[in-house]
Design a protein around this ligand. Structure first.
Ligand code: FES
Ligand SMILES: [Fe+2]
Length: 355
């Protein structure tokens, strides 16, 4: 269950460096490519001749040539040419609104008339030299909402991520969930604790004593359709925590963009935007590698959870106070999906009346 009238990340620009990319996004097969002019385009991955996957073809100028019999498809979904054929009557295929911004390629899988570029989230670190970003992509065999639950309730760190970001004090610190407009915010503050290994490394890298007591924060923010940005970090105890001056803390934003593939699988674009030592490329690589390892632990848990839910679809699950962030996020998703259904029904009814 996912809203379609929304911007989702389809891929990163480097994935288009060697030619077209075929990817299922929100239940639709899409061919993405970069034309000779540098513009990214997204088409239904379906050749109108015999249904071959256009993504297996190659880019010719700003068009995409089917690799089966040479049909040349334009970025607007209209056939441009085909050897020895008149193409004027060929059926069009779908083209998708697509925008390259903030180091990602964003795609709108719903009604193209509603696509508004202004709705692409602002990522303030993406072109700010005071920040560094490193990230990656996982394909995960579970409903993207299970990942939203996971990120909106970081209690699991104490169990899933022992030895890196997990620590016992997580369980002892209450979690609070609130709404800020259309954003769900879940936060947990740990005061006067020893930093776990991942954050000790970050403190060391930022010139802080890794054994010093710290105040640690985790503030998860969900916005529709499936974006979770998490303020994380540690500051020397008593210096103001999240609000502490830069010299007393190591802070970052965990970046999570989930793009549904099917109802039970998704593309997980993860990363960390760091607000200390941005010029240190080796540190970026080390953090990226550590984060990738940590997130692969979630992957195992979530895929096994999805298998259970598929096997026992009628089992009742509990919703505890720690689950409030995920519950609120699902309410927003449900509302959006319902609104799209109502819109489609109204449009169908209007069409039927005209017919
Ligand atoms: S299937 Fe694409 S040209 Fe024939
Ligand atoms: Fe996790």
């Amino acid at each position: 269950m996912f809203p379609k009238n929304a911007w989702y990340i389809a891929c990163t620009p480097d994935e288009l460096a060697d030619g077209p990319l075929g990817r299922s996004l929100c239940g639709q097969r899409v061919a993405l490519y970069r034309g000779a002019g540098g513009q990214v385009a997204a088409l239904e991955d379906f050749c109108p001749h015999r249904g071959a996957a256009l993504s297996l073809g190659r880019v010719v100028g700003d068009n995409l040539m089917c690799g089966y019999h040479g049909l040349v498809m334009g970025c607007d979904g209209k056939t441009v040419s085909m050897p020895m054929q008149r193409v004027g009557g060929f059926p069009c295929i779908r083209s998708y609104p697509v925008v390259e911004r903030h180091g990602f390629v964003w795609l709108w899988p719903g009604d193209a008339a509603l696509a508004d570029e202004a709705a692409i989230p602002a990522l303030p670190w993406s072109d700010n030299p005071e920040w560094a970003f490193g990230g990656g992509l996982y394909h995960i065999g579970c409903d993207y909402r299970l990942m939203v639950d996971n990120l909106m309730d970081l209690t699991h760190e104490a169990y899933v991520h022992v030895g890196s970001i997990g620590q016992d004090e997580i369980d002892a610190s209450p979690v609070r969930t609130r709404m800020e407009g259309e954003t769900v915010v879940t936060s947990r503050i740990m005061q006067n604790v020893t930093a776990p290994p991942f954050w000790q490394d970050a403190m060391r890298a930022n010139g802080l004593d890794p054994d010093a007591p710290v105040d640690r924060w985790q503030i998860s923010r969900f916005t529709a359709p499936s974006h979770v940005l998490i303020d994380v970090g540690v500051a020397l105890a008593g210096k103001g925590g999240f609000e502490a001056a830069p010299e007393y803390k190591a802070s970052a934003v965990v970046v999570d963009f989930m793009t549904p593939e099917t109802e039970t699988s998704h593309w997980y674009f993860w990363g960390m935007a760091r607000h200390f030592k941005p010029e240190d490329a080796a540190l970026t690589a080390t953090i990226r590698e550590g984060q990738g390892r940590i997130f692969s632990q979630d992957l195992d848990v979530l895929e096994a959870q999805q298998r259970n839910l598929r096997t026992f679809p009628d089992r009742r699950l509990l919703a505890l106070n720690i689950d409030a962030g995920g519950v609120q996020a699902r309410r927003i998703i449900d509302r959006l999906v319902q609104a799209e259904k109502t819109m489609t029904t109204a449009a169908d009814a209007a069409e039927a009346q005209l017919a």
